[in-house]
Ligand binder design. Structure first.
Ligand SMILES: [Cu+2]
Length: 623
């Protein structure tokens, strides 16, 4: 009884807090004390200084609030969706006291932050989770700067609203670029349905939310365009594989309302600016199952940070932001409103808001593009002679450092790896920073957990991606990203571990090397060992793979300037590699960031040995 009263009071408080925070998130342009006088920065929580520490109080709870014009019950932090923006500082001792007011366990994972394993917030791995009524104290010293986010790693709470943005201000107080104003843009997918019911339906009928299947009208149109024979052949190939080329997202706009800073497009999140100002946008994809394609018609986007790390500025017009990724861009708007337009990758809906010099003004909402259809390249059905059909890179890796093994150039050495997929290789590794080659891949080596294997897998880092690159404007690719500065540890890897992203769509089983998490063994790394992790996507879906605790350096052909990432969106039939320095002892999660893929087992543990433990024979990944 007592608890109920307390809870009622708390809900009332949180609703007020919601209004406050929604206003503060970019709207008010508050001027925090740390900022340079000319910069108008977003509000949020700055914590309380206690000696040398900065202390935050966060409360996870269930809150009734209004979302997308309807009453909804959400899992919130301090009563809001998204959770409050946290301002943290590089080099500072940070304490986050998190109280769980839910009736089930909860957690917070600090996405992309290098923290001790027991502070990483993955229940069952290195801490117990936060039980109902309990307060857990996260404490760590921040070893990095940049734009990140935080979210629940318990059950499906993330889909229910448990996510928020965080900025870590650099210790130097300086950025390698100038700007006069900043806004945070959190993209997410909200549903009024229960995520547990969604998962249940996906397990029973994986195409349940795909209401965009091809119709008879599509068939007639394709015949007109491609000819009868080619259309029939295409249909026969797809049905022979028992796949659907319109299956792009597991969960779609049919149950999702896409949000920008917690607001549906009709509610129009608005970020203000003074004409001519340089505006820094911190863009975060906090979705559970939606990749977004973001553009601001009329404004070039100058990308200055990717995954919290400075990159050499690159100008583009559109960027795909996979689940869990973050990008910082600078725009310089003139004296008129602009639409910030983020289409779901499958085009089943949009998140949208406005950048405007004045309250209340809106720009035109662009038309949603046609939904893309997976092609044979996404199925790895492309043959050697067809390189020309690959979309051309907008900014192919240009010569700075390192060699550029373009796709197809190291077929012989790489082919040996594929013959023993999932295995470990220590000999004949190619130079660090270079692209992997194209390899043929004909046999299913992953058992019943894997439904199919593409005939050909290759690097696709220079491709803009499914449904992009045909509009006459520039699109950012992973190959465009170069670190701003060289980093100290650029050793060649001594071991290559190849992992295949696998699944059985028809049964909604998702796994790695055909083995789901429950049946898997940890991947053991020596302390300070440098490995190459090669990921091969055997499925026709995109998988944003996330490693906790350590950076991945994405080998995109830029040698020593390859960018650091915490998540890498792997395209269908793609083969890519990352370098990892195993400098963080402990057990770390590695998983797909599509919430429902992770939940059914697309998850592994990476275990880095403690320093001083004698080196044993390389431990493979055996099942
Ligand atoms: Cu996935």
């Amino acid at each position: 009884m007592e608890r109920q009263t307390e809870r009622g009071l708390w809900l009332a408080l949180s609703r007020r807090r919601l209004l406050r925070s929604a206003g503060a998130l970019g709207l008010l342009g508050l001027l925090p004390s740390y900022a340079r006088a000319a910069v108008s920065a977003p509000g949020g929580l700055f914590g309380e200084r206690v000696g040398s520490r900065r202390v935050f109080e966060l409360e996870i709870g269930e809150t009734e609030l209004e979302l997308a014009g309807r009453r909804a019950s959400a899992v919130t932090i301090n009563g809001t969706v998204p959770a409050p923006l946290l301002h943290l500082h590089e080099g500072e001792e940070t304490v986050l006291r998190v109280t769980n007011r839910l009736s089930e366990d909860s957690s917070i994972h600090w996405h992309g932050l290098l923290v001790p394993p027991q502070m990483d917030g993955v229940p069952g791995l290195s801490f117990e989770g936060i039980h109902p009524g309990q307060t857990f104290e996260y404490h760590f010293v921040l070893k990095q700067y940049g734009t990140y986010w935080y979210h629940s790693h318990s059950a499906l709470q993330e889909q229910l609203g448990h996510y928020g943005p965080l900025l870590i201000h650099p210790a130097s107080g300086h950025h390698p670029y100038d700007y006069e104003r900043e806004h945070v843009i959190v993209l997410s997918d909200w549903t009024f349905a229960s995520p547990y019911q969604i998962l249940d339906r996906l397990k029973k009928q994986p195409g349940y939310y795909n209401f965009q299947k091809r119709t008879l009208a599509d068939f007639v149109r394709d015949v007109g365009r491609e000819g009868l024979w080619s259309t029939l052949k295409d249909r026969a190939q797809w049905s022979g594989m028992r796949m659907d080329p319109t299956d792009i997202s597991d969960v779609t706009g049919s149950v999702y309302t896409f949000l920008m800073n917690g607001r549906a497009p009709a509610e129009n999140w608005m970020g203000l600016f003074q004409p001519g100002e340089r505006v820094l946008l911190h863009i975060i994809n906090a979705s559970s199952a939606t990749h977004f394609d973001l553009r601001i018609p009329g404004l070039p986007l100058r990308v200055v940070q990717a995954h919290g790390q400075y990159v050499r500025p690159v100008e583009t017009d559109e960027l795909r932001i996979g689940i869990a990724e973050t990008f910082d861009v600078i725009v310089q708007p003139q004296d008129r409103p602009y639409t910030v337009f983020a289409e779901a990758m499958d085009r089943s809906g949009v998140a949208a808001g406005t950048l405007s010099p004045r309250e209340g003004e809106r720009a035109e909402l662009p038309a949603r593009r046609r939904r893309p259809v997976l092609g044979m390249a996404d199925m790895g059905m492309m043959h050697h002679g067809e390189h020309g059909s690959m979309p051309q890179a907008h900014a192919a890796p240009t010569g700075d450092t390192g060699s550029h093994d373009m796709p197809g150039h190291d077929m012989d050495t790489d082919a040996a790896t594929v013959a023993q997929a999932g295995a470990v290789r220590t000999e004949g590794l190619r130079a660090p920073g270079t692209l992997p080659g194209m390899v043929s891949h004909e046999r299913d080596r992953h058992g019943p957990g894997n439904a199919m294997v593409p005939a050909m897998v290759q690097s696709r880092l220079t491709e803009p991606g499914l449904g992009l690159g045909q509009d006459g404007w520039r699109v950012l690719t992973y190959a465009d990203l170069r670190a701003l500065e060289r980093r100290p540890d650029f050793r060649a890897p001594t071991r290559e571990i190849e992992m295949h992203l696998t699944g059985n769509m028809e049964r909604f089983q998702w796994s790695i090397d055909g083995v789901s998490f429950e049946q898997s063994e940890p991947v053991v790394l020596e302390y300070e060992e440098r490995i190459r992790l090669t990921l091969v996507n055997d499925t026709m879906m995109h998988h944003p793979m996330h490693l906790h605790g350590m950076w991945m350096e994405l080998e995109n052909g830029h040698g020593e300037l390859i960018p650091r990432v915490h998540t890498v969106l792997v395209k269908p039939a793609e083969r890519l590699s990352v370098l990892v320095t195993a400098d963080a002892p402990g057990r770390w999660a590695f998983h797909c960031h599509v919430l429902y893929h992770m939940e059914v087992g697309m998850f592994r543990v990476f275990e880095v040995k403690q320093p001083g433990v004698p080196r044993t024979a390389a431990v493979g990944h055996d099942h």
